[in-house]
Write a protein that binds this ligand. Structure first.
Ligand code: ATP
Ligand code: MG
Length: 362
């Protein structure tokens, strides 16, 4: 079977370093690996509207921001189809049919949706569209027959839900849909990078982000204000790594060669952690190291973005072309789905013949 990638992001803000380690970095590697027949990258504007109905303009404004972030990270429109969800109306049709295959109780059990409902104070009145977005996500994935979905840890329940829908559909109707697999980042820090406040996952909706497009100064200020270990008051105090955001970020970003370049007194991250835990290593020194590591990662991204910003119409052209391409693929899947469901009446000569026979000679 051909290996196909689909993944995406909600245009609710610029992309942040959580997206980068959670999914973007991996996507670019996969796109360049030559192992995948197609890579589809979706800007999920329709999904973003499900919880931003008070502010649709935010979604509209952020489409270009997400597209710029994508390409500055190295997603290449020559290798990946970048498209806008709302432009593929076939996805809505698929969602409508998949809804018959899922119970309300099943949706209520989804732990990610549960915590997102809480986070958005939706307990009293959840928009139906928001409640059912895991079904719409199943449409996004299956429309492209994706085998592989590179995502952060919060997306696992969505992939599971998709697999169930695929299984049910293929059992009830005919085996036309493909069961996808999530591809999670290698370590825990990357699966769910916390915000700089150390409280929750870094999320556009929570304002605790380091954005890929932040200036070098902003990144430095944010890192220097980062949550560490509240009990580590004096340099000589033993420090704790658990819940220490600076070390979580080092787990996500730091590589061996960073030590040679910026902190040659230590062989590797284990040695740095051991010193911190023992006592005698100050937060400022660790933060300065993290700043060097992150600036090295972010600078080329920032520079490429500046170049791309010079020709915005060209970026919209890429999105238009990608959306046209994506639509063709989704239309093909939808036709197969409708045919499997036998709701293709006018193409079914046998049905018309049988119905005629029923009335013959009456
Ligand atoms: P929103 O607050 O609007 O939901 P978000 O910041 O959660 O925005 P999404 O567009 O929902 O971003 O997520 C896009 C992708 O990035 C998903 O694959 C998700 O798992 C991943 N992702 C988002 N935040 C993080 C994070 N903090 N750490 C790792 N991966 C993340
Ligand atoms: Mg999210």
């Amino acid at each position: 079977m051909d290996k196909i990638i689909l993944t995406g992001d909600r245009p609710t803000g610029r992309l942040h370093v959580g997206h980068y380690v959670g999914s973007l970095r991996r996507r670019v590697e996969l796109q360049n690996s030559g192992e995948y027949k197609k890579t589809f990258i979706m800007i999920a504007d329709a999904q973003a509207l499900t919880d931003n109905i008070e502010n649709p303009e935010k979604v509209r404004q952020n489409i270009i921001e997400v597209a710029l972030d994508y390409m500055s990270c190295g997603l290449d429109p020559a290798k990946a189809t970048i498209f806008i969800q709302s432009q593929i109306s076939e996805l809505c049709e698929l969602t409508f049919y998949y809804m018959d295959l899922v119970t309300v109780a099943r949706l209520q059990r989804n732990p990610t949706v549960k915590s997102e409902i809480q986070m958005r104070n939706f307990e009293a009145s959840i928009p139906v569209g928001f409640f059912t977005y895991p079904i719409s996500q199943a449409s996004d994935i299956t429309a492209f027959k994706a085998t592989t979905v590179p995502v952060g840890g919060d997306q696992l329940p969505m992939i599971e839900q998709t697999r169930e829908i695929v299984h049910k559909f293929n059992t009830v109707y005919a085996p036309v849909l493909v069961e996808p697999k999530a591809l999670l980042p290698e370590n825990e820090a990357c699966q769910r990078l916390p915000g700089i406040d150390g409280k929750a996952k870094m999320s556009k909706s929570l304002g605790n982000c380091i954005y890929l497009s932040d200036s070098a100064d902003d990144v430095r200020t944010k890192i220097m204000s980062m949550y560490t270990d509240p009990e580590h008051l004096l340099v000589s105090d033993p420090g704790h790594l658990e819940g220490n955001t600076v070390f979580t970020y080092l787990d996500a970003f730091c590589r061996q060669e960073h030590f040679e370049r910026y902190l040659p007194d230590y062989a590797d991250l284990d040695e740095l952690k051991a010193h911190y835990t023992r006592g005698g290593l100050g937060d400022v020194k660790v933060k300065k190291f993290l700043n060097n590591v992150m600036q090295e990662t972010l600078e080329p991204i920032r520079n490429r973005r500046k170049e791309l910003e010079k020709d915005i119409p060209a970026v919209y052209d890429i999105l238009k072309k990608g959306s046209d391409e994506a639509r063709e693929v989704a239309a093909q899947t939808l036709a197969e789905v409708k045919s499997a469901m036998r709701i293709n009446y006018f193409e079914d000569a046998e049905l018309i013949r049988m119905q005629s026979e029923k009335y013959e000679g009456q």
